[in-house]
Design a protein around this ligand. Structure first.
Ligand SMILES: CCCCCCCCCCCCC/C=C/[C@@H](O)[C@H](COP(=O)(O)O)NC(=O)CCCCCCCCCCCCCCC
Ligand SMILES: Nc1ncnc2c1ncn2[C@@H]1O[C@H](COP(=O)(O)OP(=O)(O)O)[C@@H](O)[C@H]1O
Ligand SMILES: [Ca+2]
Length: 587
């Protein structure tokens, strides 16, 4: 195959001569000076060639073609540093080549197009596009028509576009309408819009496979259609965590070249029924309260989260609860191992083999069950009871512009696990320190009132009234230090075999006396009637239940993305840029 596609010849760009080589995987061109010495080489992976056209093609401001029978134009992905964020921006590069003869020109076009087909089998031809005109700063329509549609056209993609009139329109379309002939679904909007697409596609796939989504022990069928995200929302966490930048052009190029990134999805159940799916943040306490408060201030746009975040921080609430989790295999990875899930991540690749051992035999996948959710596996569950600022589960890092490394910087996109972050009640400055560490490279888990566990499944429920008697003044700051310590004294129940043992743990307080003044000050600002129960924030939606059971489904969907790119892909950058980027990427 490789030898069939190989082509090598002299080509001209303007009046300079180049030695051009197509090897199958790469298309390179090297400037050759008058003394036949090689100068700089440009190398483009065939998988990153957007298109090959006859003649001299201009793309900007509009596509135009100057016909000439000895020229051809190659459009490809070009990287540039993104300044603010740690991912790479992708732009459309374009080079016009001239050949000595028409025959050679036709040969180049034919070989390049064949190489494209061979090496990028997942490039979409037909896409369903849903635009939320009200997401983020309400620029979805404009972003799609001015930045994305022209690129799709250039790549020969036909797009069936719907601008939504109501919430859940996109989800309902995917659940009911004929999807034959479509390769993928693109959402133009934020995490809420992505969530609609996710629910539509997962639901449709299970319907067609005859699987029951309500049963958490059923192994769900992975979705056949890819999802593309053109960021135009408020948080845009799924885009940021899978691409590394919030940039419509970069995302459009990932879609065009048919990149594929599997993603873990968590199913959330209540009383034997599916409630929702989640990929980024499933949060109780602080993040639930921020979302509930922010809904009242939607008119503020993306700023509503900062406003509500500050208000909720000042209300200083904490909640009683019982958290139980099923730990993932600690030998495979850990949320504290300081690694990062980057493009081509080996932990995720190994998980693919573990998650789909008989991928050819899909019938056996459909009928298999997750036995650890059944009663006879109670032994492996760990239980924590106490008073919490927040309890969060995230299937991926959940990085976003507010928190460039995310809720769990070492979480993996596609390893079949989620990270459970438990923040015990603590004094206000401690909690501020925890929140603030999300904005820089300091370790937010290196605090005595925070714990993080890599899990396969998780349960949350409220303590019964009797158990709750010990939790006075829930959510209030007026408790003395003694009371605070009692509130946070916890029991961890873990069971191995038939043995059950209790571990009493005193959660360390950080200089409680010194914080008393700050506490009293903030007390004046906090709500006097703080509720005893919070709500769950599930990727930006409030859940109607508090008691939930969650299970992580490894690699249930695929995105048109490739994860955050590592230094290996940084051939276009200077040494200083490279070292700065790897410093940020590797903490
Ligand atoms: C002191 C600064 C603290 C900054 C803390 C930042 C932590 C941010 C972690 C964000 C994880 C995001 C996970 C994704 C969630 C989205 O699915 C979901 C829906 O997004 P959509 O509206 O685009 O559809 N977004 C959300 O639920 C938003 C959660 C945002 C939480 C932001 C909290 C901001 C806190 C500001 C606190 C300021 C305290 C200042 C005290 C003086
Ligand atoms: N036409 C519409 N009118 C009202 N709501 C919509 C519409 N289309 C989608 N939505 C809903 O809007 C919510 C927020 O959308 P999203 O695109 O995530 O923006 P943001 O990031 O600003 O919250 C989503 O839950 C989605 O279901
Ligand atoms: Ca994961």
């Amino acid at each position: 195959m490789e030898t069939d596609l190989r082509l090598e010849s002299s080509l001209w760009i303007g009046n300079k001569r180049y030695r051009a080589v197509l090897t199958g995987w790469h298309f390179n061109w090297t400037e050759v000076d008058k003394k036949n010495r090689n100068k700089k080489t440009i190398s483009v992976p065939v998988a990153e060639v957007v298109g090959v056209e006859e003649g001299r093609v201009e793309i900007l401001p509009h596509k135009s073609v100057e016909d000439s029978d000895k020229d051809f134009t190659v459009c490809y992905v070009k990287r540039s540093s993104s300044g603010g964020s740690y991912g790479l921006l992708w732009r459309l590069g374009r080079t016009q080549f001239s050949c000595p003869s028409r025959v050679l020109r036709d040969q180049w076009i034919k070989h390049l197009r064949t190489a494209l087909k061979t090496h990028s089998p997942l490039r979409p031809h037909r896409l369903l596009v849903f635009i939320n005109p009200f997401g983020g700063k309400r620029k979805g329509r404009q972003i799609y028509h001015s930045l994305v549609a022209p690129l799709f056209e250039l790549a020969g993609i036909s797009a069936h576009v719907t601008v939504t009139d109501r919430a859940n329109q996109a989800r309902d379309y995917l659940l009911k309408k004929d999807l034959t002939g479509f390769d993928g679904v693109v959402c133009v909007g934020g995490d809420g819009m992505f969530s609609e697409i996710l629910h539509g596609l997962i639901g449709r796939t299970q319907q067609e496979a005859g699987l029951c989504e309500n049963d958490p022990s059923v192994t769900l069928q992975p979705c056949p259609l890819h999802i593309g995200i053109i960021p135009a929302g408020s948080t845009d966490c799924v885009c940021y965590a899978t691409v590394g930048v919030i940039d419509p052009v970069t995302s459009a190029l990932h879609i065009i070249i048919g990149d594929s990134q599997p993603l873990d999805v968590c199913s959330v159940h209540h009383a034997s029924a599916l409630v929702r799916y989640s990929v980024s943040l499933l949060g109780y306490g602080f993040y639930g309260d921020v979302l509930a408060e922010s809904e009242k201030h939607r008119w503020m746009g993306p700023l509503r989260y900062d406003y509500s975040g500050t208000m909720m921080y000042l209300s200083n609430r904490s909640y009683a609860g019982i958290v139980q989790y099923l730990p993932a295999d600690p030998l495979l990875s850990s949320p504290r191992d300081k690694t990062r899930c980057l493009s081509g991540c080996s932990v995720c690749s190994r998980s693919t083999e573990r998650l789909f051992p008989h991928s050819a035999d899909s019938a056996s996948m459909c009928s298999s069950h997750f036995s650890q959710l059944s009663c006879d596996s109670e032994d492996e569950w760990v239980s924590i009871k106490g008073q919490f600022r927040c309890v969060s589960l995230t299937c991926m890092s959940s990085s976003c512009p507010k928190s460039p490394l995310g809720l769990s910087p070492s979480a993996h996109l596609a390893d079949g696990t989620g990270d459970l972050i438990v923040v015990w009640d603590t004094h206000p400055l401690g909690f501020l320190k925890f929140l603030y560490r999300h904005t820089n490279t300091q370790d937010q888990f290196d605090l005595p009132f925070v714990e993080v566990h890599r899990v396969k499944a998780f349960r949350f429920f409220l303590p019964s009234d009797k158990e709750e008697e010990g939790y006075e003044e829930i959510g209030s700051l007026s408790g003395t230090v003694d009371k605070e310590e009692r509130v946070c004294s916890v029991e961890t129940v873990s069971r191995t075999g038939s043995q059950q043992y209790l571990v009493d743990r005193e959660v360390q307080r950080e200089k409680p006396n010194e914080q008393k003044t700050a506490s009293s000050f903030l007390c004046g600002l906090c709500c006097s009637k703080a509720p005893a129960v919070s709500v769950w924030n599930c990727d930006g939606e409030i859940l109607p239940f508090t008691d939930i059971l969650c299970r992580v489904h490894g690699q249930l969907v695929r995105l048109y993305a490739r994860g955050i790119e590592d230094g290996a892909a940084m051939h276009d950058f200077s040494e200083t840029e490279k070292s700065e980027r790897s410093r940020i990427l590797h903490k």
